[in-house]
Design a protein around this ligand. Structure first.
Ligand SMILES: NCc1[nH]cc(CCC(=O)O)c1CC(=O)O
Length: 88
């Protein structure tokens, strides 16, 4: 598990490149909170920025991502309001 994810994308990529076991990334509450706050101030598009931040973590090599947007993203990516139950 590499955390916090967004500040350690280089460490995540290096770890994923050499790990024999699945590598997880944790997008911690501080990363989530600063983006929620920025969106509340009208500074960023939350839907776009949250998706892009998680996509970047995946692109760095994470096999799985722990994120406070998990349910939101699952619903948006599947188009299903019950996505969180379905993916469990
Ligand atoms: N070491 C404990 C731990 N495990 C996960 C988090 C982050 C929890 C979060 O902020 O989402 C923390 C606290 C910390 O490292 O500061």
């Amino acid at each position: 598990m590499v955390k916090p994810a967004m500040s350690y994308l280089d460490v995540l990529a290096d770890t994923a490149a050499t790990s024999d076991v699945p590598v997880w990334a944790y997008q911690i509450s501080g990363e989530y909170s600063m983006m929620q706050a920025a969106a509340q101030n009208g500074w960023i598009d939350l839907d776009a920025a949250s998706y892009e931040s998680v996509l970047g973590i995946k692109r760095a090599g994470a096999d799985a991502i722990l994120t406070y947007w998990a349910v939101d993203l699952a619903q948006r990516l599947t188009g299903r309001s019950d996505a969180a139950r379905v993916i469990r």
